[in-house]
Ligand binder design. Sequence first.
Ligand SMILES: [Fe+2]
Length: 161
Amino acid sequence: MSLLPRVITLPGHLVRRFWWASTARPLGPAAKSMALSHLTPAEQRLFLAMDVSDQRHHVQVARRFVDEVGQDVPRAWVAAALLHDVGKRVCGLGTVGRVVATLLPFGRRGDGPIGRYHRHEPIGASMLLSAGSDPDTVALVGHWPEAPSRPAVALKRADDL
Ligand SMILES: [Fe+2]
């Protein structure tokens, strides 16, 4: 998306992001149990290290993902939905910083927070490789070409909030 449409849609996007971040509460027992049941112990540690608003976002996306793909969805695919943005954790940006980073046309290739934010997909895949995750989980989070196409499409749709 070019800069102008992003600037035009910014107010609504900002309001939604702020509302989401400022009203986020810790996951309830059912949501937390659902999330952890689809994750390996190493993946659970990554999930629990995310802040509350990120955990809630991932649970919301995972529920939408399962609704679309079906209840017999492989665990590794749900794990990808539950961790698809895990790489954002290492960018060091808060809610405002992330919104600004999506708008800025510069700094995307550097090693600073904006650069890391724009590389969160390969960073997340690398984190999951280190965690010993299933190859499908890694490929889906990293948006690798070898990622299975059906869950890749469903995950993209589920994340379109
Ligand atoms: Fe997301």
